[in-house]
Design a protein around this ligand. Structure first.
Ligand SMILES: C[S@@+](CC[C@H](N)C(=O)[O-])C[C@H]1O[C@@H](n2cnc3c(N)ncnc32)[C@H](O)[C@@H]1O
Length: 232
């Protein structure tokens, strides 16, 4: 691609969920809103107090939170498999004079993350872990995030929960995944949160609502064990 987006191998088995996100972003600018999300505002406060400078954002979408982090001075690597969102994000970053702080990367989180070990201070993912990712996919992804975080690095991720009004509605894909409106969502319970915390210390679990439904979310903040291997 000749659009300034870093060229990274994408899962060749492109699935219909990816197509659905690409079409949705192409048709609807600011599909999830233009302003930074509430979890991003909380995450930035946490990042600033921890001295975070470089953040990996997974599932950055059209970039509402990416731009918020970049405008606060963070260097953001924004990863998504929907190139339409990344192109819109890059255009908005250029328009805001923030392009030097945003690196868009097209990749599928079901594959190993295309980054060196211990290369980020923090990872942020708003509603990415609750996409069409099976429990084994999620365990692999949590391990990959742990690999690319520096010792003591932070992971902040949000997910829709089994308290959400869409849990149990639409087409059942098994493994707590339900499809409504063409989107498959993996609804989280506490056991899954704990399962993904291997090698991390859970610092905080906060509740959020978002959108008209509203979506019922939790935001989990975790810290990777420090260099000595001890959990801080
Ligand atoms: C619910 S949207 C959230 C977007 C953004 N975080 C926000 O809140 O505005 C989920 C995002 O995850 C991306 N996504 C879903 N599955 C993915 C995968 N397997 N690999 C990479 N990105 C994925 C979608 O393209 C979409 O941009």
């Amino acid at each position: 691609m000749d659009s300034g987006i870093a060229a990274v191998t994408i899962d060749p088995d492109v699935d219909r969920q990816r197509d659905h996100w690409r079409t949705t972003f192409a048709r609807r600018r600011d599909f999830l809103g233009a302003a930074a999300s509430e979890p991003a505002v909380a995450a930035l406060a946490r990042f600033e107090s921890a001295g975070v400078r470089g953040v990996l954002e997974l599932g950055s979408g059209q970039g509402r939170d990416t731009l918020y982090f970049a405008s606060a001075g963070l260097a953001v690597t924004a990863l998504d498999y929907a190139d339409e969102g990344l192109e819109q994000l890059l255009g908005a970053a250029e328009g805001a004079g923030l392009a030097d702080r945003v690196l868009p990367v097209s990749a599928d989180v079901r594959l190993p993350l295309p980054f060196a070990s211990q290369s980020f201070d923090a990872c942020y993912a708003h509603m990415l872990f609750c996409m069409a990712l099976s429990t084994p996919d999620l365990e692999r992804l949590a391990g990959e995030v742990r690999r690319v975080l520096r010792p003591g690095g932070l992971l902040v991720y949000t997910v829709r929960t089994t308290e959400d009004a869409h849990f149990g509605v639409g087409t059942d894909h098994g493994d707590s995944m339900w499809e409504a409106g063409g989107f498959i969502v993996h609804f989280f319970d506490r056991a899954l949160i704990d399962r993904l915390a291997t090698g991390f210390e859970v610092l905080d679990i906060a509740e959020y609502t978002e959108g008209k439904l509203p979506r019922r979310l939790v935001g989990i903040t975790m810290r990777k064990a420090d260099r000595s291997g001890r959990r801080p």
